[in-house]
Design a protein around this ligand. Sequence first.
Ligand code: G3D
Ligand code: MG
Length: 168
Amino acid sequence: MGNGLSDQTPILSSLQPFQSFHIVTLGLDCAGKTTVLYRLQFNELVNTALTKGFNTEKSKVTVGKPKTDTFHFKDVGGQEKLRPLCTDGIAFVVDSVNVERMEEVRSELHKITKRSEVLVLTTANKQDLRSSVSLFLSEKFLAVWELSSSTPWHLQPTCAILGDGLKT
Ligand code: G3D
Ligand code: MG
């Protein structure tokens, strides 16, 4: 679901025609930001440690043929003061199991979409877990229909452990 992207389009290919794209991963601690980042970069499960400061990673992802776009991913470890102001897109990772913190997540997501006009890819992560809330409920918890219309956004169910929903 989203306001600017087709649900049928793999998330990174929807970012065309940019050739070099700076993306920052945001979300509460333990949502799976670092796992999502490594899954997108290497298509592998990488054991994560608590992110201190930020990791900056650069990777080349082939999107369509014969075009190759470069994506620069930045994982800022959830620290507000380190959030870079200049970014082309935001990957906002939500822990779909942690219902207790959904209000906090919703408030953060709405703040972000209000103050930036860059693409916000929101992932309803941890869909492999039985206790995760459905996409329908995530939309409700996050009040996505109230998101700023000037910000292109897309909500994608994902499992960063298996890579579901994160195919480039
Ligand atoms: P963060 O960078 O947002 O703080 P991490 O989060 O990427 O470090 O992930 C926090 C924990 O959630 C990790 O487990 C990680 O393996 C797990 N995780 C991330 N994505 C998923 C997912 O899609 N499904 C499941 N089941 N777990 C996920 P640990 O045990 O290392 O704390
Ligand atoms: Mg991390």
